[in-house]
Ligand binder design. Sequence first.
Ligand SMILES: [Zn+2]
Length: 157
Amino acid sequence: MARELLEYFNERCQIQQDGCIYWIGTLSKRGYGDVHKNKIGRVYGVTSAHRLAYLLHYGTIPNDKIICHKCNVPKCVNIEHLYAGSLSDNLNDCYRANRRRSFKGENHPYAKLTERDVLEIRDLRTYGYSCAWIAPYYNVCNGTIKDIHTKKSWGWL
Ligand SMILES: [Zn+2]
């Protein structure tokens, strides 16, 4: 692994008393360390700092895995707080904590998706999964995923 990558990473880590290591570079709207606009992110094909942490430690990220946080701190890049989970692990464990609750959309009689689904879909898009990949999982069409991603629908979440 390139030395510049390690340096880039180490320069942006800050160890916390509780054991988490916060990413002090750019954060995404959802609070994840954001590297995708950076040359490093483009070269190594990673969008988030915690994925970069995993990549640095293990040298690879399995294609069908999502890197999840045990500590539920999105900006944490402590390798010991990260694990490669399956999509369903992620849906079950990863993003439960501290979600803002609102039932505006899912109370709609025709709603196929729950609020949680919508937030998960946005996360999946953040992780780089395509609309076409996500849509069948939720039994909706590509356009629905796209609208959620661009906040054309469910914009209040
Ligand atoms: Zn942590």
